[in-house]
Design a protein around this ligand. Structure first.
Ligand code: A2P
Length: 343
């Protein structure tokens, strides 16, 4: 079966990775459309050796589209995803807008592929930090149960889009040249104050909610419970932006239900779909973002048993936030739907 595909936000950081993934994974494309804002409409874009013209994302642009991959921000999805679905497209939305809607499946195919069957035209791709964490936690949970998760993230700037990548580059150059370092985007474009990310870490991603956690932290908390179908799971998150271009890292503390050892967890990860164990401290083997950039899997290392709780374990989880955290997971959702006759 050949499909008509639309990428909404085709010029963005995630949109360009979606293009690459469609080609790399040989997705069966009959026709493809590249949609972006009116600013980009009429400009040319390359795909698989051919030149296409970018169109403005409008409701009518979705006529005849089978799969619409959205990554153009929450307000664009809010407005246009229902329009695309109304015209018969299956929307795979990379923004947070629909993720917690009860009738919208929130899916990491290795974890909860079965949720796709209940879709109503819109599927949500989870938050990048959540995807890599649940991909690593699911195989442990299946074997040993899971009662608690405490995560601290070290998140790359590309999660905040192309403009944040540029800002890190510019700030680094300003710093080198001894000029004033200008900050206009991070930690959150819509918030009042902005801080440099070059030579810094910022303990704020997205804006604050009333409970003192940021929206990014609440996304990790709520989405993890939804994807794992564990509303009672104890989850806490601290999300931090670091001056890395791509690749999110996470220090994850978990507590399991059944007795387990570090060796047991090694065994679990040896056969876990989409997860690669990289843990050999005698050779300083552990995952790091510069080495996972451009790679598909979620990497896990530094596995340790807690020193005061034998059901507690510490993990270090790294993945390319633009790939498994975004574009790759979206295409894997489309592939799973195709295989399961949902497209
Ligand atoms: P454009 O390049 O025309 O602004 P990033 O996350 O890297 O910042 O990318 C955001 C993506 O979302 C870009 O492709 C951008 O297109 C697109 N976008 C932004 N605003 C709109 C809009 N109002 N309608 C459609 N696409 C939009």
């Amino acid at each position: 079966k050949q499909l008509t595909v639309a990428i909404v936000g085709a010029t963005g950081a995630v949109g360009s990775k979606m293009k690459e993934q469609l080609i790399k994974r040989n997705f069966p494309i009959k026709h493809i459309k590249f949609l972006a804002s009116a600013r980009s409409a009429g400009k040319e874009i390359e795909f698989n050796g051919q030149t296409y013209t970018i169109e403005e994302a409008t409701p009518e642009a979705f006529e005849g589209v089978d799969v619409a991959l959205f990554s153009a921000g929450g307000s664009v999805s809010a407005k246009l995803a229902p329009e695309a679905a109304k015209r018969g497209a299956v929307v795979i939305d990379n923004t947070s807008h629909f993720r917690m809607h009860p009738d919208v499946p929130l899916v990491v195919p290795e974890v909860n592929r079965e949720a796709l069957a209940k879709h109503n035209g819109i599927i949500a791709n989870p938050n990048c930090s959540t995807i890599q964490m649940v991909a690593a936690l699911q195989p442990i949970r299946e074997k040993f149960g899971l009662t608690k998760v405490i995560v601290s993230t070290y998140q790359a700037v590309s999660g905040s889009g192309i403009s944040a990548i540029e800002e890190l580059r510019e700030q680094s150059a300003q710093w080198e040249a001894g000029k004033n370092v200008e900050a206009n985007i991070l930690p959150a474009k819509s918030d009042k104050r902005h801080f440099p990310i070059a030579r810094n870490v910022i303990p704020q991603i997205d804006v604050f909610t009333d409970n003192g956690f940021t929206y990014e932290e609440m996304k990790m908390i709520n989405e993890t419970k939804k994807i794992l179908s564990m509303p009672e799971l104890s989850v806490a998150a601290t999300c931090v932006r670091v001056p890395v271009v791509s690749g999110h890292s996470e220090s994850v503390y978990i507590e399991v239900e059944q007795d387990a050892s570090v060796q047991d967890l090694f065994e679990v990860f040896k056969n876990a779909p989409g997860v690669v164990l990289q843990d050999d401290i005698s050779n300083q083997e552990y995952p790091m973002p510069i080495y996972v950039e451009g790679e598909d899997p979620v990497y896990v290392g530094r596995i340790r048993q807690d020193l005061s709780n034998k059901k507690g374990f510490h993990l270090w989880v790294v993945s390319d936030n633009l790939l498994k955290g975004a574009a790759l997971n979206s295409i894997q959702i489309a592939e799973a739907m195709l295989e399961d006759n949902l497209l």
